[in-house]
Ligand binder design. Structure first.
Ligand code: PCA
Length: 322
């Protein structure tokens, strides 16, 4: 072999290794202030650091590349390779996504972990139907009630406009005697100040991220449910990767899941304290409000079971058996 042949060979292998280096865009729905995006960034950094230059994932947070309602479709159609969404938003695609927002089914983190275990196979199966592979989930702290006056029973909310962020929370607003209004997280502060909404149910984190003390006064810790975001990748694109890169992604996903669940638990406490420290009136629900809300929760579980059929029943059965 002469020098020229050797050089050509070296160049060719260089070119092919450059061609093999994949670049993925990862749209996230929420901004950099949320723990969800921090978890997504640490996931991407771990993959980038360990994939030996074969894959680089770039995070585009806060809907900057693709808006939240479009992210699922964008990964499915391979407009982007990977993405994160709030699970409950997809409720109209399949009931398994609605399960993530059912109130008073799993209200503490131990129960929420069990519900995730019981529902994961069904969740993954549904994603596979759209050519998607579930990588990890990350919870929000439990969902609490924000209002502009004390709420001692549902009567205090009657007729108010309630923010909804998923089909299930629209139904919840109906059953609470309020009017659901769909408002994305990015518009929450403005929606309150322009009276487009009067109340919302979301985590203390989302209040902290949007400085809710500037526009709303009362926070009732109803601990209604623990919803999750999920990260998924287009399966065809994933399947084309080398095995070592696949393994790096799965390890980073498992680490992100651990980190997300630990943060969810921790921020539930820290962010509730921050709301209080910033002047919000934080209180536990009255027995009456709690009982009224739990009755709605029971109705919503029943409605969900009718909608989700046998597979839904087996998810609930295995959750309750844990
Ligand atoms: N915050 C997100 C979803 C759930 C949560 O706690 C939001 O309000 O949009």
């Amino acid at each position: 072999m002469n020098k020229i042949t050797l050089l050509t060979g070296a160049l060719l292998s260089l070119v092919s290794s450059i061609a093999a280096a994949d670049k993925w865009d990862l749209p996230t729905p929420y901004g950099d202030g949320t723990h969800q995006t921090q978890v997504a960034r640490s996931f991407a950094e771990e993959v980038n650091a360990n994939s030996g230059g074969k894959l680089t994932i770039k995070v585009h947070s806060g809907g900057a590349l693709i808006k939240h309602p479009e992210i699922h479709r964008a990964v499915k159609s391979r407009q982007v390779q990977i993405g994160e969404v709030f699970i409950g938003r997809l409720g109209n695609i399949d009931p398994i996504f609605k399960l993530d927002n059912i109130p008073f089914l799993a209200t503490d983190f131990d129960s929420a972990e069990k519900l995730y275990k019981a529902s994961k196979a069904e969740l993954s199966k549904q994603l596979v139907k759209d050519g998607l592979l579930l990588l990890y989930t990350s919870p929000w702290p439990a969902q609490d009630l924000y209002s502009n006056k004390p709420v001692t029973s549902l009567a205090d909310l009657s007729g108010l406009k309630m923010r909804a962020y998923s089909p299930t929370t629209s139904r919840l607003a109906d059953l609470m005697g309020t009017t659901p209004v769909n408002i994305p997280f990015s518009d929450v502060a403005q929606a309150f100040t322009t009276n487009a909404i009067d109340a919302m149910v979301t985590s203390p984190s989302t209040g902290v991220n949007s400085q809710s003390w500037d526009y709303i006064s009362h926070f009732t810790t109803i601990n209604a449910w623990i919803p999750k975001n999920m990260m998924f990748v287009n399966k065809k694109i994933f399947d084309r990767l080398d095995d070592d890169v696949k393994a790096v992604i799965m390890t980073a996903a498992a680490n992100a899941e651990k980190k997300g669940w630990a943060l969810g638990r921790k921020l539930a406490v820290e962010h509730t304290d921050m709301l209080r420290e910033n002047g919000m009136q934080v209180s536990a629900p009255t027995e009456k409000l709690d009982a009224e809300l739990r009755a709605i929760g029971a109705t919503m579980v029943d409605e969900w079971l009718v909608e989700a059929g046998d597979s839904g029943k087996s998810v609930i059965d295995s959750y309750r058996a844990m």
